[in-house]
Design a binder for this molecule. Structure first.
Ligand code: CP3
Length: 358
């Protein structure tokens, strides 16, 4: 798809008080570069920690609690971010598929998915009846925002979900079980990905029908996937997903610290969320100009750096992007121990430095 310079809007522009993110995606003039952060809901926020303690619920129960999930999704609004991502987890849809898990504290499946029987036992989901909580959270967040900010939905990519399902828990640096499975049983692995791809399409379309303004797909183990495996299994699943989404909704593809930009462009996603290994200036030069980039300030600078270092990192990021075709974000999600004052400073300085001259 190519857009000529006369194109006003690639996607319909909903009437939002703050439409910076959607204007950027539509390549319309903006007054400031939009900013939000992956993993902004929860984790580093003291109010989230307080709420978790008071709720006294397991994480999986908290994700099922519509009222609390709405409240947690909205907590980052007070930071001044330009988008709200809903509080859920990428693993949420595994439960209705029959792959039950608990957070201890990372996710642990009741049983790893490694045999043909286990893959074939995974049930297709009907999000309307299996995941009504997610629709209720989206509707509740939208209602409380009252058209103030865009709402983002998301899903884990089939490969990312498989990275948890095959070992039955977070791989925690040991990927041997997964890569052996792919090498020894490629047809069964493809079958698992196909099942997850179908589920993801239904799940994201359900989120769109429930009211999200854009969706992000998380390829969270991007940095350790060899190109041959990425080309054969990962890229085709992304392409299937993005081509099956309700058309008028912008889509964001996040691939953690991977520079397979040519394969990312071919998926049909409008926004590519990239890591530190990608130079935004080079990336823009290499891609068609309807592609918008999201990223890529190092999350470790927010964890370990002081205010000056965070300011310098934001400046350097804007210098690379020239504040064009850019949504400011991190290279990956906020790290749990990041001081909240650093998160606050990051958003504040990003908004100060992100203004665009008319
Ligand atoms: O971005 C957001 O703030 C929205 C909410 C969100 C959560 N998980 C809530 C959560 C999102 C987008 C996710 C996605 C997710 N979940 C990913 C992909 C994201 C990425 O950054 O690549 C992955 C790999 C998971 C799986 C997962 N969830 C793990 C491994 C863990 C435990 C370790 C950890 O990172 O904290 C979780 C728990 C989880 N999901 C928390 C939150 C807020 C932590 C909850 C807590 O500690 O109280």
């Amino acid at each position: 798809m190519t857009l000529d310079s006369n194109t006003v809007s690639q996607y319909p522009l909903p009437a939002l008080k703050n439409d910076l993110l959607l204007r950027t995606i539509n390549r319309l003039p903006i007054t400031r570069v939009p900013i939000w952060m992956m993993r902004q809901a929860g984790r580093t926020d003291p109010l989230y920690r307080q709420l978790r303690e008071q709720a006294g619920q397991t994480l999986e129960d908290l994700f099922q609690n519509v009222e609390h999930s709405i409240e947690i999704s909205l907590l980052p609004k007070r930071l001044g971010v330009d988008a709200i991502i809903i509080f859920q987890d990428i693993l949420t849809p595994l439960t209705p598929m029959g792959a039950m898990f608990h957070f201890r504290p990372g996710p642990v499946l009741e049983s790893p998915i490694q045999s043909k029987e286990k893959v074939e036992a995974l049930r297709p989901i009907d999000p309307v009846s299996d995941l009504p909580v997610v629709g209720a959270i989206i509707k509740g967040v939208r209602k409380q925002l009252n058209q103030e900010l865009p709402v983002l939905g998301f899903a884990g990519s089939p490969m990312t979900l498989a990275f948890f399902m095959i070992p039955g828990r977070s791989p925690a640096g040991d990927y041997s079980t997964i890569f052996c499975f792919i090498e020894e049983q490629p047809a069964l692995f493809q079958q698992l990905l196909d099942t997850l791809t179908t589920m993801t399409i239904d799940y994201l379309n359900y989120q769109i029908e429930s009211g999200v303004h854009a969706v992000q797909l998380f390829e969270s183990f991007g940095e350790i996937i060899p190109r041959a495996i990425y080309e054969r299994f990962v890229q085709p699943s992304h392409e299937k997903i993005f081509s099956a989404l309700h058309s008028k909704t912008p889509s964001i593809l996040f691939v953690k610290e991977s520079n397979y930009l040519d394969l990312m462009v071919k998926t049909g996603a409008t926004v590519l969320s990239v890591g530190k290994c990608v130079n935004l200036q080079d990336a823009k030069a290499q891609t068609p100009d309807y592609i918008i980039f999201q990223g890529n300030v190092d999350n470790r600078t927010l964890l370990e750096g002081d205010k000056e270092q965070i300011t310098a990192a934001v400046k350097a990021c804007f210098a690379e992007s020239n504040k064009e075709r850019h949504i400011l974000n991190l290279n990956h999600g906020l790290l749990a121990d990041t001081p909240f004052e650093n998160v606050q400073h990051f958003v504040k300085i990003a908004k100060q430095l992100g203004t665009v001259e008319k």
